[in-house]
Design a protein around this ligand. Structure first.
Ligand SMILES: Nc1ncnc2c1ncn2[C@@H]1O[C@H](COP(=O)(O)OP(=O)(O)OP(=O)(O)O)[C@@H](O)[C@H]1O
Ligand SMILES: [Mg+2]
Length: 157
């Protein structure tokens, strides 16, 4: 059965690093309907930046391609898919290891996936060599404490 989402958006842009901030801000604007804290929003922006940068510099090797982002909202969960149709990842478990990078000469620290994993609740990597890579990340936006209290007072809990 097809999953039902309360809201959904799709974004496509050319793989240029000037578009990294556009992608980050667009996703943050989409996420803002869940009323995240500044910290949650910063986490989402950082994770999006890491995934988009990876599509541009690794997926397309700085050649021109299209980066796609799909954003979905399901109750209080934000789900973001970021994909490229670039070169793909040969070994996903090695690529995920902290400090592993195939571009050490470009001041890469090999921490992108580790950052995405620590700032989001879940991350899934799908990749086929020669076809591309898709990263699916999700984060539950928690109700703020004072709102929780308000809710509890209203419902007499
Ligand atoms: N979209 C992608 N397409 C192809 N290869 C990728 C992609 N994303 C990541 N990789 C591979 O996985 C490796 C690890 O990625 P990760 O983001 O953790 O580190 P990095 O990009 O090398 O360094 P940093 O993110 O710290 O600048 C990359 O070096 C690259 O080989
Ligand atoms: Mg990276």
């Amino acid at each position: 059965m097809k999953e039902i989402f309360e809201n959904e958006m799709k974004l496509e842009f050319v793989s240029k690093s000037v578009n990294e901030s556009f992608a980050r801000i667009a996703v943050a604007a989409f996420a803002s309907q869940l009323d995240p804290t500044i910290e949650e929003l910063a986490d989402i922006k950082t994770a999006v930046s890491e995934a988009v940068t990876n599509c541009i510099i690794h997926g397309y090797d700085d050649k021109q391609g299209i980066v796609k982002i799909i954003g979905k909202i399901k109750e209080n969960e934000l789900i973001i898919e970021i994909s490229d149709q670039g070169k793909g990842i040969e070994n996903i478990s090695i690529a995920k290891e902290p400090l592993y990078t195939t571009k050490p000469n470009l001041e890469r620290s090999g921490m992108g996936f580790t950052i995405m994993e620590s700032f989001m609740d879940k991350i899934e990597i799908e990749s086929i060599v020669g076809l591309g890579t898709k990263i699916t990340m999700s984060k539950v936006i928690k109700a703020k404490e004072n709102e929780q209290e308000e809710f509890e007072t209203l419902t007499n809990r």
